[in-house]
Design a protein around this ligand. Structure first.
Ligand SMILES: [Zn+2]
Length: 410
């Protein structure tokens, strides 16, 4: 319950009279309901704790501060660090929250220039305003999908606003103009389109594994699950290059990415090996294949070209290679974040590099994931399992989200 004070002797310092269940100051009154441990002021109800000792009512410092502030408007607060009542300097005149569909704006109107500080915590943003005081409320509920709740607390150092954010929170921007301080919190929906590309489809089955299972079916199922998590859990905008069992050329896939001005491109595939016991996921980013193994996977995934009428414009490839280079570092980083989640509890085959055509034509950070070997009976069984597919999709979606966090907050 903290440190308790006799209510009447503290209130008398501020000329607040205490009569039975009333606290009176000038023309204003607070009503105490001791039985329910609440007090009422102007139709608002506040909780408080009390004890009776030697016929005196003892209340903790925080509640006394609230009673004084409510009646007299004197900015008194309880400093829980030094355990004393403290008179604040009112530097915050107004605090507003404006909610939009994909962003949320916190506006502090200050009475003078103060130097704010900001900390990013796992699920919260902590904003400190020196000498700040804002006791109008302690908790509000937002509905933009970004803010879960806001808690305000004070110490001698000033006011702390703890903004609890949901999983839909992406990044923030600070704008300070004269005495107005704005924080714009963006949702992931603001990031732009993520394109998920289920490998193969239609007349191109991809690799055919044990019991005749087809790569194209597994990639579609897992891709849909990834898209669903990215959309529902984090609020991202997501496009699938195909939602059915249809054939799409590699150029058409890249074309879709271009049409939506994709910010990320993730192609989903299954691996195949003549060696029966090869298993585990691999994450590729575009580069020149380094090892003979990488070259084999590259050749396999590029073999879809045989289904296409490929324009043999070498110049176009050279230009696209140069453009892609700009995204090489980011693609490598994306591969790192995704693989970090994907390898968890699985046989780690690592991050690899290869020259996949489908990635070459995408002008955004892009990766290709081989989620597992359909040639391996054990892994093929897993890849067909709904629960295992969900696990893979969750890992990939989290990896993508972690990359985007890194990208927009760096
Ligand atoms: Zn494939």
């Amino acid at each position: 319950m903290g440190i308790l004070f006799p209510l009447d002797s503290i209130l008398s310092v501020y000329s607040i009279k205490l009569l039975n269940n009333l606290a009176i100051y000038k023309d204003d009154t607070i009503y105490f309901d001791f039985q329910n441990k609440i007090f009422r002021h102007k139709d608002k109800t506040f909780k408080f704790l009390y004890e009776i000792r030697d016929n005196k009512i003892y209340v903790n410092g925080k509640d006394i501060a609230l009673i004084i502030y409510r009646l007299t408007s004197i900015p008194i607060f309880w400093d829980y660090k030094s355990n004393e009542l403290f008179r604040a300097i009112e530097t915050i005149k107004k605090f507003q929250i404006i909610e939009n569909s994909d962003s949320c704006v916190l506006i502090f109107t200050l009475s003078r220039n103060t130097k704010e500080q900001l900390w990013l915590e796992e699920n919260a943003i902590l904003i400190h305003l020196p000498d700040g005081f804002y006791p109008k409320f302690n908790f509000i509920k937002g509905d933009s999908g970004i803010i879960d709740s806001i808690a305000i607390f004070h110490t001698k150092e000033g006011a702390f606003f703890k903004i609890f954010v949901s999983t839909k929170y992406g990044s923030y921007k600070k704008i300070k103009e004269n005495y107005v301080l704005k924080f714009i919190l963006y949702s992931y929906g603001n990031f732009g389109y993520i394109v998920i590309d289920p490998g193969h489809g239609g007349k191109d089955p991809g690799a055919i594994g044990k019991w005749g299972i087809k790569e194209k079916d597994i990639t579609l199922s897992v891709s849909k699950k990834i898209a669903n998590i990215l959309k529902k859990e984090y609020g991202f905008k997501v496009i699938l290059t195909r939602e059915e069992d249809i054939f799409l050329s590699l150029s058409e896939r890249a074309e879709i990415a271009k049409r939506y001005n994709a910010k990320l491109f993730v192609s989903i595939h299954c691996n195949y090996s003549e060696v029966d016991n090869a298993f585990g996921p691999e994450t590729y980013f575009l580069s020149t294949a380094r090892t003979s193994e990488e070259r084999a996977v590259e050749a396999l995934e590029n073999s879809v070209i045989k289904y296409e009428v490929e324009e043999s414009d070498i110049l176009k490839f050279i230009v696209s290679d140069i453009l892609q280079n700009a995204y090489l570092k980011e693609s490598q980083k994306l591969a790192f974040f995704v693989h970090e989640k994907l390898k968890d509890g699985r046989n780690d085959r690592g991050i690899k590099q290869a020259g996949f055509y489908v990635l070459r034509k995408v002008y955004a950070p892009s990766i290709l994931i081989e989620i597992g070997f359909i040639s391996n009976p054990e892994e093929a069984k897993l890849l067909m399992d709904e629960e295992y597919q969900n696990k893979l999709a969750k890992a990939i979606a989290e990896g993508i989200k972690n990359y985007i966090d890194w990208y927009i907050r760096r």
